[in-house]
Design a binder for this molecule. Structure first.
Ligand code: PMP
Length: 395
């Protein structure tokens, strides 16, 4: 067995076969990851034999579910090196960034980068921040030298993708934190693409906020987290009102629960939180250093094979984390994706919710292959075979 096949966890993932029982070469993990059986079982139990509401029940099932829900918060916190009271459960990274953009009390200029996902651009615009944009280096990384030159005391926030969902490039989070702090700003890292494939420790990064989604981390949809430093969360007013986020409600005056409950109005995503924690445990057991090495090898094989084709343009640096974006001369990415689908190979084609990056690159779309714990070199080989067939079809 090859290195990548030894690591591959295909057997844990019931979703990785077609309706006809053939292998499905799933290369769209950056959009959303397949779910291992342990996560499916955890959510199924939470929805079935263990199900009850949290925080309010006087009966034992509800008390147990409350313990499970709060244990999930601890698991998610320790997964990124944070503390339990610093994790706000949200609908996903998108909602986490919206929460921060709306609720952060000291609004001003925010420094974003040219490679950001729309969910790390539009919330800042909607919440009235003045947006500045840090350029990229030639090989597709956020240019931190340029960031240093751009940052001023008017900047209250720096918000960068820890790993780009298009280019796979990683930012040096610690240096970004130092640059932000040097002008009195805070750093948000959008960790959507980092948490499934890199060891993440918010204390070592010295960032102030970290946003991510469970569904890219082998967990359920509909849940994610905003991690924030306790003192910063404590200074943020609530952004949605309702049950569970209050201390005392009156028609004349209402007071609020402390963070993180203050930001979790309404009945929370109980089942999803349990599944989120199961996914963190699953990934922790395998180890993100090992996952990172595994995906780096698959990226190397893919970039080498595509780089040998003289009609292929590769985007992003060679050390991209788990993600390879490319274009084939004369073949639209959507056509490539459709033909690959006939071969049971699933890739992503489009702007990947990063239209400003597409504009900067002078293109409208890329084809993107992205890897996960279950990917192996058979998937890479199927991709390359499918690309060769597509090129034959297009002459
Ligand atoms: N940021 C990045 C870098 C992403 O890749 C994504 C998902 N494609 C998001 C933010 C948004 O995540 P979600 O849709 O799960 O809220």
């Amino acid at each position: 067995m090859s290195v990548t096949q030894t690591m591959s966890r295909k057997a844990d993932f019931p979703g990785l076969v077609t309706a006809e029982g053939k292998p499905w070469h799933y290369l769209d993990s950056a959009a959303t990851a397949q779910k291992p059986q342990v996560v499916i079982d955890a959510t199924s139990d939470a929805m079935g034999k263990d199900y009850a509401t949290v925080h309010r029940g006087v009966y034992s099932r509800s008390a147990e579910m409350t313990l499970g829900y709060e244990a999930a918060r601890r698991t998610v916190a320790s997964f990124i090196g944070g503390q339990e009271d610093e994790i706000v459960f949200t609908r996903g990274a998108t909602e986490a960034i919206n929460l921060l953009a709306y609720s952060y009390p000291d609004k001003g200029r925010v420094l974003l980068s040219e490679l950001e996902h729309h969910s790390n651009i539009v919330p800042w615009q909607l919440a009235g921040w003045q947006v500045d944009v840090c350029p990229l280096t030639d090989d597709g990384r956020i240019d931190l030298d340029a960031a240093e030159a751009m940052l001023t005391r008017e900047h209250k926030m720096v918000a960068f993708a820890h790993v780009s969902n298009v280019l796979g490039s990683m930012v040096d989070g610690k240096r970004a934190a130092d640059l932000a702090h040097a002008v009195g700003a805070k750093l948000l890292l959008d960790g959507c693409q980092a948490v499934p494939r890199l060891p993440v420790d918010v204390a070592a990064l010295d960032c102030d906020f970290y946003a991510f989604s469970a569904h890219k981390l082998y967990g359920p949809t509909g849940i994610g987290a905003l991690w924030g430093r306790a003192d910063l969360l404590a200074a943020m007013p609530p952004w949605q009102g309702g049950g569970a986020m209050i201390d005392k409600v009156g028609f004349d005056a209402t007071t609020y629960a402390p963070a993180p409950q203050r930001f979790e109005a309404g009945t929370p995503a109980i089942i999803e939180a349990i599944g989120f924690a199961a996914a963190c445990d699953y990934v922790s057991d395998i180890g993100r250093e090992a996952i990172h090495r595994h995906e780096a090898e698959l990226v190397r094989q893919t970039r080498e094979a595509l780089g040998a084709m003289n009609d292929v343009t590769l985007f992003g640096p060679d050390d991209s984390a788990g993600i390879v974006s490319f274009l084939i001369d004369g073949v639209h990415p959507h056509d490539l994706g459709t033909i690959l689908d006939e071969e049971n190979v699933a890739i992503r084609a489009g702007h990947h919710c990063a239209q400003p990056l597409m504009e900067k690159l002078g293109i409208t779309a890329t084809a993107r292959a992205s890897f996960g714990i279950y990917s192996d070199e058979d998937d890479v080989a199927a991709l390359i075979r499918g690309i060769e067939r597509t090129k034959r079809i297009f002459g």
